[in-house]
Design a protein around this ligand. Structure first.
Ligand code: SF4
Ligand code: SF4
Length: 188
């Protein structure tokens, strides 16, 4: 979807590397590279090729690198996995070529109070009680007034919903120390 890889992208990269003298042992396009179960199945299918592989290059996001590394760590611990992309964020797709960050997975969601618009990602300062003094005519000072102020968007949406009471509600400062540590979800 992001056109960083896929069948065509992988083929193009393989050809480029070959033209630079690398020997490509195999090229695969997993259905879901960040799903360990899928990767385990795909890895079984290319075990023979992996015996002769010095390094893996993935065109996925960072999750793909982590997944491949974990899946291969027992049988092929010495094969390094390199990333060929720079993961910017997990985005909402407006259309191919237009992606927007709308959630950072902060673990303390307050969308129910903000009309479904995330202040962490739409407010440049991730404020809890905006808009701040840097808002001018609905635009944000960060980035030279080119982007909408997230809190104005939230205000407009809550007004539309008849829930401006939520806008006036004072929200406590956020405990950011909770968002930096390693997180996991294990429920079975
Ligand atoms: S508040 Fe924003 S960043 Fe946090 S979980 Fe909700 S949408 Fe995601
Ligand atoms: S102008 Fe709006 S979006 Fe920009 S930092 Fe202030 S409250 Fe956040």
């Amino acid at each position: 979807m992001c056109q960083t890889g896929g069948t065509e992208g992988a083929k193009e990269m393989a050809e480029k590397l070959e033209s630079e003298g690398f020997n490509i042992t195999t090229v695969i396009v997993p259905e879901e590279v960040c799903d360990n179960r899928v990767m385990k199945k795909d890895a079984r299918n290319i075990e023979e090729e992996l015996q002769h592989t010095d390094a893996i290059l993935t065109l996925s996001c960072g999750l793909g690198v982590a997944s491949i590394t974990e899946v291969l760590s027992n049988k092929f611990p010495l094969i390094p996995v390199f990333v060929g992309t720079n993961t910017e964020f997990m985005g909402m797709t407006e259309r191919i070529g237009r992606f927007y960050m709308r959630c950072q997975g902060c673990g303390d969601c307050l969308l129910n109070e903000t009309g479904g618009i995330c202040p962490i990602t739409t407010c440049a300062k991730a404020l809890m009680n905006g808009p701040c003094g840097g808002m001018v005519e609905g635009m944000c000072e960060v980035g030279n007034y080119e982007k909408d102020c997230g809190w104005v968007l939230i205000y407009k949406r809550l007004k539309q919903l008849g829930r401006l009471d939520l806008f006036s509600k004072l929200r406590e400062p956020r405990n950011w120390s909770e968002s930096g540590h390693q997180r996991e979800v294990v429920w079975r």
